[in-house]
Design a protein around this ligand. Structure first.
Ligand code: ATP
Ligand code: MG
Length: 426
C-alpha cells in the first residue's frame, strides 16, 4: 500500500461520521419542530448534536475502514518481477540502481561479463571509472537520460558504451530507479582504429616516393639544370618512384575490391595446376634476376577447386614472388600439391617453399596485416608495398580457404594455401 492510497482511504473514513451526525441532527430537529413548533429549539439541538459528533472525530476513535485496497491494484515494490524479467531478457549487461546508486537488480549477462554483485552494494564498488560515476550522478540528480563510455580490462581491453536510463515507476514523481545498459563497442573501436591506421599508413607510403620525386624535380630545376649525366640518372630514379606509387594505388584498389567481394561465394571450378604453371612462367624473369630456380611439382591430372581464376593467379603470384624475393640465397623455390584430411573433411593444398633466411616467429602471426613488413627497408628495396599477403588472405577467405605459414629461421618458409575439396555427388 502506498502513502497515496493510505491518505485517500483515511480521508474517506473521516467523512463517514460527519454524514451520520448530520443525518441524526436533521432527524432530531425535524422531530422537535413537529412536536414543539418552535424555531429556536431545533437550531440549538442541531448545533449541540453537531458539536458532539465533531468531538468524537477529534478523539480519533477507531473507525471501520473501507476495503479500498481490495478494489485498487496495489502499487508494486519496484523493481517488481515483471520489470526484472524484462531486464533479465536483455542480451546486453544491464543493472538497475536506485537514486543512491545502490544495486537493486542485475541481469545474468552482466553477472557473466562483470561478475555478480551483492544487492544493495554501491555501483561504484564495481565500476571505478570517475567519468561513468559522474555521468550516473548527473542523470540521477537531473532525472535525465545520460551516456558514458567505459574501457575495461588491461590485457584484453573491451570498450563499452553505457546508457543511463531513468525508469518511470508507476505513481512516483521523479524517477526512483535507473537502468544502466552496457553495449559492447570493442569491435567497432577496433575497426575504427584499423581504418585510422590504414589511412595513416597509405598516406605515409605515398608520401615517401612523392617527397623523393619533388626533391629530384627541384634538383633538376636548380643545381643539376645543365648536368646531362645527372639528369638521366635522376629521371631513372623518378620513374622508379612513380612506378612505386602506381603499384601502391593498384594494390590499394585491388584490396578494396576484394574486401568488398569477401562474402560473395565463388561458383567456378578451376584447375590449380594450370594456374601455377602460368604463374611460374610469368615469374621466370624475376627468378632469373634473383638467382632462384622455381621447381613446380604439379599433379599429373587436374587438381580442381571452386575458385575465381584471376584472383587465384594473384594469390600464387604473390606467394611465389615473395619466395623469390625474400627467400634469396636459398637457391630454389619448390611448389607442391597434395591432399589433407582434417576432421573427416578433405582439403587440397598448394605449398610454396623457399630455403631463405626464414621469418622470426613473433612476425609470423602479423604478416597478413596491411602494410606489415618484417624489414620495411628491405621490402621497399624489393619494391614491396606490404599489401600482398593481405590481398592473399582476403582472396582465400572468399574461397573458404586458409593460409598456413610455417617458418624456421635459417632454414626457410612454407606458405600453404588450403582449399576445401569440391564434394562430389554420391
Ligand atoms: N617467403 C618469405 N620469406 C621471408 N619473409 C617473407 C616471405 N614472404 C613474406 N615475407 C615478409 O612478409 C612481408 C609482407 O609480405 P607482403 O607480400 O604482404 O608484402 P611485400 O612483399 O612487402 O609487398 P607486396 O607484396 O605488396 O609487393 C614482407 O615484407 C616480408 O618481410
Ligand atoms: Mg609480396
Amino acid at each position: 500500500m502506498t502513502q497515496d492510497d493510505d491518505t485517500e482511504g483515511r480521508a474517506t473514513h473521516r467523512q463517514l461520521p460527519l454524514i451520520r451526525v448530520a443525518v441524526l441532527a436533521l432527524v432530531v430537529s425535524s422531530a422537535v419542530v413537529l412536536f414543539h413548533r418552535s424555531a429556536l429549539g431545533p437550531v440549538l439541538v442541531v448545533t449541540v448534536v453537531f458539536l458532539l459528533g465533531c468531538l468524537s472525530l477529534s478523539r480519533n476513535t477507531p473507525v471501520p475502514r473501507l476495503d479500498v485496497g481490495s478494489r485498487k491494484r496495489q502499487a508494486p515494490l519496484w523493481p517488481d518481477s515483471g520489470a526484472k524479467s524484462v531486464v533479465e531478457a536483455m542480451a546486453e549487461p544491464a543493472f538497475m540502481i536506485d537514486r543512491n546508486l545502490l544495486l537493486r537488480f542485475q541481469n545474468g549477462v552482466s553477472e557473466r561479463v562483470f561478475g555478480a554483485m551483492a544487492l544493495g552494494d554501491a555501483i561504484s564498488l564495481r565500476f571505478r571509472s570517475p567519468e561513468l560515476i559522474a555521468a550516473i550522478e548527473t542523470s540521477v540528480r537531473e532525472g535525465r537520460i545520460g551516456f558514458a563510455a567505459l574501457i575495461e580490462g588491461r590485457s584484453a581491453e573491451r570498450s563499452w558504451s553505457v546508457d543511463i536510463l531513468p525508469v518511470p515507476v508507476p505513481k512516483s514523481g521523479e524517477p526512483s530507479f535507473f537502468l544502466l545498459l552496457f553495449r559492447d563497442r570493442t569491435a567497432e573501436r577496433r575497426i575504427e582504429q584499423m581504418r585510422t591506421d590504414f589511412i595513416a599508413n597509405a598516406s605515409h607510403e605515398l608520401r615517401t616516393p612523392l617527397a623523393s620525386l619533388m626533391g629530384f624535380i627541384e634538383t633538376l630545376q636548380g643545381p643539376a639544370r645543365d648536368d646531362a649525366t645527372a639528369r638521366l640518372r635522376f629521371l631513372d630514379i623518378m620513374r622508379d618512384q612513380a612506378a612505386r606509387m602506381s603499384r601502391l594505388i593498384d594494390d590499394l584498389l585491388s584490396l578494396s575490391r576484394i574486401e568488398m567481394k569477401r562474402h560473395v561465394p565463388v561458383d567456378h571450378v578451376v584447375d590449380l595446376g594450370e594456374i601455377l604453371e602460368e604463374v611460374c612462367e610469368a615469374l621466370a624473369p624475376l627468378a632469373e634476376e634473383t638467382g632462384i630456380e622455381i621447381v613446380c611439382e604439379t599433379a599429373s591430372g587436374p587438381f580442381e577447386v571452386a575458385g575465381e581464376r584471376d584472383e587465384l593467379v594473384q594469390v600464387f603470384a604473390n606467394l611465389v614472388e615473395n619466395a623469390c624475393k625474400y627467400g634469396d640465397g636459398g637457391g630454389r623455390v619448390v611448389i607442391t600439391m597434395g591432399e589433407t584430411r582434417e576432421r573427416d573433411r578433405l582439403f587440397r593444398d598448394v605449398a610454396i617453399r623457399d630455403f631463405g633466411p626464414g621469418i622470426p616467429p613473433e612476425h609470423v602471426p602479423r604478416l597478413t596485416e596491411r602494410f606489415y613488413r618484417v624489414d620495411v627497408g628491405s621490402s621497399r628495396g624489393k619494391r614491396g608495398t606490404g599489401l600482398g599477403l593481405s590481398i592473399v588472405r582476403n582472396i582465400l577467405v572468399r574461397h573458404r580457404a586458409r593460409l598456413i605459414i610455417q617458418s624456421v629461421v635459417g632454414e626457410g618458409s612454407t606458405f600453404t594455401a588450403r582449399f576445401p575439396a569440391i564434394s562430389t555427388p554420391a
